[in-house]
Design a protein around this ligand. Structure first.
Ligand code: TRP
Length: 335
């Protein structure tokens, strides 16, 4: 039996650079948790291929972007282990073992998978691939290969963790107490809306500010953000509750006094939207500059980034290998 010592496993699919939605939604939390728990951060390239199998270049290119984004926000390679999924063959092996413990209809009923399949009609047509339908099984393998017990994720991932727990229980009931049942913890912040007011900030929606955006990109994006549509002339009174610029001020404008003044002047119609946007641009740049600076450090040192990922992978692999021996023994596959 394993002794239970909490270990975090979490990760991202390398399908694009990370944006401020990730920053407030999961990255800040990750940076905090690395001081409290043994932390493993997975770059889920195999999972990324489940809906990008026809675009391997995209996945490959984004592996290093994701590693750099994590390092830039303060994930510390001396505290947390960043590792690459495709270099842990035990995960693929476990996925096969676990696939006996889950039914096709249970996967089809997984709310996250169901929503994603509906969104990916263009890729999948009328019939989804075996790999995509089964990615919750491989995610269960990600977590259990390392004996992860705490999985910090966004709300959309909860059904995947629930499915992992079911697989673990089923495994233990058949092969004996071997695996630990992980629990999800929600990253504290809520989902961040897009610049266009969309409920979700997403790369495919074109409404995101990336951690690696330049001053020019940030300026252009904020300048086109959606404001109160009722405010036509500069001195019309505005309603900050329906303005994306004020929404972002609440995230980035750290001084309460400054924030109150912005809201007051907007309501009174004494501050124009352009001035308000310029102030927001300044505050976003202030917040992101240390992150960008750190990112530039790593961008100039691609060998170091690679080394961090390879060292992390070596460490994760060692744990997965040891764990695999126990799992195979439980399954009577110990030859
Ligand atoms: N599915 C997660 C996402 O899209 C990424 C992921 C893969 C993951 N494996 C994981 C998250 C294991 C937590 C634990 O964000």
């Amino acid at each position: 039996m394993l002794e239970k010592k909490d270990r975090i496993v979490t990760g991202d699919r390398p399908t694009g650079r990370l944006h401020i939605g990730h920053y407030f939604g999961s990255l800040q939390n990750r940076v905090k948790l690395q001081n409290e728990y043994e932390t493993f951060i997975l770059v889920a390239d195999v999972q990324a291929l489940t809906d990008n199998f026809n675009n391997p270049e995209k996945v490959q290119k984004n592996v290093k972007e994701i590693v750099m984004d994590n390092l830039a926000v303060g994930v510390d390679p001396n505290k947390a282990t960043i590792y690459l999924q495709s270099m842990i063959p035990e995960v693929a092996e476990l996925t096969v073992f676990y696939s006996n413990l889950v039914t096709v209809s249970r996967l089809q009923r997984n709310p996250t998978v169901k929503t994603e399949i509906a969104q990916k009609k263009e890729l999948f047509g009328e019939s989804v691939t075996y790999g995509f339908l089964g990615y919750p099984v491989s995610q269960a393998a990600d977590i259990t290969a390392l004996n992860g017990t705490i999985v910090p994720v966004g709300e959309d991932q909860l059904p995947l963790i629930e499915q992992c727990r079911e697989i673990v229980r089923k495994f233990n009931s058949i092969y004996g107490q071997t695996l630990l049942e992980p629990k999800a913890i929600l990253s504290n912040a809520k989902r961040i809306k897009g610049l266009d007011g969309n409920e979700k900030m997403g790369k495919s929606l074109g409404n995101a500010i990336y951690l690696s955006d330049t001053d020019e990109e940030i300026t252009k994006k904020v300048m086109s953000a959606v404001t109160d549509p009722g405010r036509i002339k500069k001195d019309d009174p505005g309603n900050p509750n329906i303005c994306m610029v004020s929404y972002y001020h609440k995230l980035f404008t750290k001084s309460n006094e400054e924030l109150e003044e912005i809201m007051k002047e907007c309501r009174a119609g004494t501050r124009g939207c352009v001035a308000c946007k310029k102030q927001l641009i300044k505050n976003i740049i202030n917040e992101l500059e240390p992150i960008r600076e750190k990112r530039r450090y790593y961008e100039e040192r691609p060998e170091l980034v690679k080394e961090i990922l390879m060292e992390g992978t070596k460490h994760a692999r060692k744990i997965a290998k040891e764990n695999m021996l126990r799992i195979k023994e439980a399954m009577k596959l110990n030859y």
